[in-house]
Design a protein around this ligand. Structure first.
Ligand code: CMC
Length: 428
């Protein structure tokens, strides 16, 4: 028998279907609520609201579980590559060797960026944040790669997804080189996706870059851990903007803007800045912990807390391990790592953090890993964006493939003034 919820309002009882997801998550389906009752629901921040049914990513925030298409993220981090994980997210299953080879060739074939785009990159002010540049340039991709009417919709979607996956990585490295005022390094077909990125970032005519396979592995893991996270703020933005049926470049550009924020992807940059402040203040943790707990202070402990995870973020646990490994391999001693470890120890035992279910999230250790790789701090959130691309693309595609995809448009409860008459300016 189908389960139902009952809602009694104004003496009348309404029945609402209860639906269950494949992992047992239950939800009350209110899609006909307004039509049948005249009521809407109020849920600021969508804390209790599911916007779609999705078969891409499963997160259990209470148990600290994250799976892409059913596969635990820890297994993917151990055995997969970022390109293979991207294929998995977008196509729903792991590729065969032949499919993976073909996908890698397609990514290589699409990795160059239109030379005319350089002029745009070069004319951003020096101090422009790379996330602002990236979102603008991704939006501009449509102008450089317009739709070709002869192509079927499916072919157009395929080529657009491949272009994005490949070119965003090139554009990220390109913006760094232009920011430095150095000559560009082009992608190479003989390098893997992450090796290519490192080479485009760090190779130079005066100092050739040597690919370090341990760093390539670490970057693969970094991007796999970021590849999708169900309906987070940026993905929800991609779906919402996409629901107006804008082109995919515009929808992804919206996702990049959302990710930029310090409460979301921008936290990786904010964590390192916070750890630096602690370091510069002599390494004392107490004032920062006290500020984070003070209700009158907007300061938050960056890299702590998550809307969904109420225990350790499973991505954070893998990130911490890979971070330790890279620092050891490079024989680096980073005082910020020491501060991060002490901060974690103190915070997870602190009553406030325990009571509020605040644990380290993915961003807590990711910045230290990126620093060790030589990635400059303003590029940290760009690194997150490259990683999240397969997730945005697959979530957008899932919506596009749904013939019932509705324009996404929340309701509101109006609390403004009641009707009143216009007052001419001379009488105000
Ligand atoms: N430090 C101190 N207090 C915090 C923190 C924090 N980092 N995070 C939440 N709280 C407190 C908050 O003050 C509130 O307290 P009270 O109930 O006493 O008023 C309570 O915890 C709930 O906070 P909230 O803002 O309602 O919770 P949320 O689910 O909306 O917030 C969050 C999630 C990630 C925005 C928040 O934890 C935060 O701001 N963390 C710091 C930024 C950060 O690390 N973001 C990266 C998230 S992981 C990457 C990603 O997927 O985007």
């Amino acid at each position: 028998m189908k389960e139902e919820a009952k809602l009694t309002v104004g003496g009348k009882t309404y029945k609402l279907p209860v639906i269950t997801g494949s992992e047992g998550e239950r939800a009350i389906d209110i899609s006909k609520l307004r039509k049948e009752t005249g009521l809407v629901t109020l849920d600021p921040g969508f804390v209790n609201t599911a916007n779609c049914r999705s078969n891409i990513t499963f997160v259990d925030g209470e148990k600290g579980i994250l799976r892409y298409r059913g596969i635990p993220v820890e297994q993917l981090a151990e055995h997969s590559s970022f390109v293979e994980t991207a294929y998995l997210l977008i196509n729903g299953k792991l590729p065969t060797q032949k499919q993976l080879n073909r996908f890698s060739i397609l990514l290589n074939d699409n990795s160059l960026v239109h030379e005319d785009m350089r002029a745009f990159f070069q004319n951003f002010p020096r101090a422009a944040h790379p996330m602002g540049i990236l979102s603008s340039m991704v939006n501009a991709l449509r102008a450089f790669y317009p739709e070709i009417p002869e192509r079927s919709d499916e072919e157009e979607v395929d080529i657009t997804m491949t272009r994005l996956l490949s070119k965003v990585r090139t554009m990220a490295a390109m913006s760094y080189k232009i920011f430095k005022g150095h000559s560009l390094v082009y992608p190479r077909a003989d390098f893997s996706y992450p090796a290519n990125f490192l080479n485009m970032m760090f190779d130079s005519p005066v100092k050739p870059y040597t690919i370090d396979e341990d760093l390539v592995k670490a970057l693969n893991v970094f991007w796999i851990l970021h590849a999708d996270h169900e309906q987070n703020c940026s993905t929800a933005s991609v779906r919402l903007v996409g629901s107006a049926r804008v082109n995919l470049y515009a929808a992804i550009s919206a996702g990049i803007c959302a990710l930029w924020g310090p409460l979301h992807g921008g936290a990786n940059q904010a964590v390192v800045q916070m750890l630096n402040d602690i370091h510069e203040g002599g390494g004392k943790l107490t004032p920062f912990i006290a500020r984070a707990k003070d209700k009158n202070d907007p300061f938050r402990l960056m890299g702590f807390g998550h809307r969904v995870y109420k225990t350790f973020d499973p991505r954070g646990l893998v990130m911490k391990k890979i971070c330790d490994r890279v620092l050891k391999k490079l024989a680096l001693e980073d005082p910020l790592l020491d501060i991060a470890q002490r901060l974690e120890e103190v915070a997870i035992k602190d009553e406030y953090f325990v009571d509020h279910d605040l644990y380290p999230n993915i961003d807590f250790y990711s910045g230290i890993l990126l620093r060790a790789m030589g990635i400059p701090v303003p590029m940290f959130t760009v690194m997150f964006a490259i990683g999240r691309l397969p997730g945005w693309i697959s979530q957008w595609k899932e919506s596009m493939d749904n013939p019932k995809w509705k324009l996404e448009r929340p309701r509101q409860i109006y609390i403004g003034e009641k009707k009143k008459d216009y007052v001419p300016i001379a009488e105000r």
